[in-house]
Ligand binder design. Sequence first.
Ligand SMILES: Nc1nc2c(ncn2[C@@H]2O[C@H](COP(=O)(O)OP(=O)(O)OP(=O)(O)O)[C@@H](O)[C@H]2O)c(=O)[nH]1
Ligand SMILES: [Mg+2]
Ligand SMILES: [Zn+2]
Length: 392
Amino acid sequence: MRLRRPGCFLSAQPAEMAAVGLDPICPFSRRERCFHVCRSACRLWLGCRLAAIFAETAAPGWRAGRVFAQQRGVWFCVTEAGERRAQIPPVLRDALAPGIGDWLALEPVGDHDVIRAILPRRSLLSRQGAGEATDQQVLAANIDALFLCMALDRDFNLRRLERILTVAWGSGAEPVVVLTKNDVLPPEQAAARLAEATAAAPAVAIHPVCGLTGMGVAALASWLRPGRTVALIGASGAGKSTLLNALAGAEVSVTGALDGGGKGRHTTTWRELHRLPGGALVLDSPGIRALRLWDGEAGLERAFAEIAALAELCRFRDCRHDGEPGCAVQAAITRGELDTARLDSRRKLARELAFAERRQSKALAAEEKSRWKRIHRDQRSRVAHRARLQDD
Ligand SMILES: Nc1nc2c(ncn2[C@@H]2O[C@H](COP(=O)(O)OP(=O)(O)OP(=O)(O)O)[C@@H](O)[C@H]2O)c(=O)[nH]1
Ligand SMILES: [Mg+2]
Ligand SMILES: [Zn+2]
C-alpha cells in the first residue's frame, strides 16, 4: 500500500475548514478552533480528551497517529506529519494489538514510526481470533456508529441481525441497521421486511437504502458529521462497498458481482478507513460470515431490550421464562405481543456467551498457571546458579 496525502494543516482557520466542508467545532471540547482538531482534509481528528491523555503518555518527540489501514505487520497511520508506516517493536509484540481506528503514540525512527502505546479506546469491535480462547482480533476501534448492512434480498436474516446487534451493542458504538438493495423487492414486500427488522432491532434506527441509485442514503447523514467514524459491517455481497461509494459520491472502494448462488465473493479484501468529502471517516471491511460471540452480556440486554423490560415484571427474579408461575415474558407471548423466535434466539445467544466465557476463564487460568510455573522455574535456576557461584 502506498502512502498518500502527505502533510496536514494544523494551522488552518475555521473559514478554510468550512470551505472543505469540515465542522470547526471540536467534538470533545465543543470549542471552535480547538488546537487539537486537525483542520485538514485528512483523517486525523484527535480531539482534546485524547490529546490530554497523549500529552501525559508521550515522551518528547513522539506524536499521535490514527491507524487507517493495516497489512502484514505494518500499520498505516495518519499523523500531523502526514501518512506514516508504523511497526510494533519486538518487545511489545505480545502486549500491543492495534486495530484500524486506533489512536497510537508513535516514535519516529528514520523513515518509519515505532508504535509505543495504544491510547484509550472509546469503543471496540472485536472477535475471537484464530488462536487461543483469549485471543482477540480487533475489527475496529474508536467507532462512533456501526452500520449493520443487510440486503433485503436473500441476505435478509433476522437471527443473524440479532447476533450482530448483540456484538454491536457490546462494542460501545451506536448500531444503525442499513437495509441495502431496497430496489430488489416490490414496495409491499420491502415494507414487510422493514417491519420484521424493526421488531428484531428495538430502539435502533433502521434505514432502507439503495446503494446503486443513492436512494435513502441521505438519511444517514446525521451519523456522518465531520470527524465521526462509522464502520460498515455485514456479509459479503451485502452492498457495503457500494454504499460507501454512494456516500463518497465516487468509486473509492471496489465492488463485485455475486456468484451464481447469490452470495458475495469477498470483493473487499482488507479493512480501510476512507474519508468522505464531508469529513466523516468510513471503515469498509471484507464481509464477515459468522460473528461468534465471545464477550458482551451487556450487548445481549440491549439487543433484546423488550425481553429485559418484561423480565423485570416476572414474579421471580431468576425466572427462566420457562413455565414458572407469574412469568411476564410467557404472558406476553400468549398475548401475541412477543414472538417465541425472539426468546429462543436470546436463549441461544446467552448459551453461546456463557460457553465462551467459561472457555476464556479456563484459558486465562491455564495462562496464569504457566506464568507461575515459569516464575518458579526461573527462581530455582537463579538459586542453583547462586549456589554454584558460592561453591566455586
Ligand atoms: N440491486 C442492487 N444491487 C446492489 C446494491 N448494492 C450493491 N449491489 C450489488 O451487490 C453486489 C455486491 O456489492 P458490494 O458493494 O461489492 O458488496 P460488499 O458488501 O462490499 O461485498 P464484500 O466486499 O465481498 O464484503 C454488486 O454486484 C453490487 O452491484 C443495491 O442497492 N441494489
Ligand atoms: Mg466490499
Ligand atoms: Zn419470566
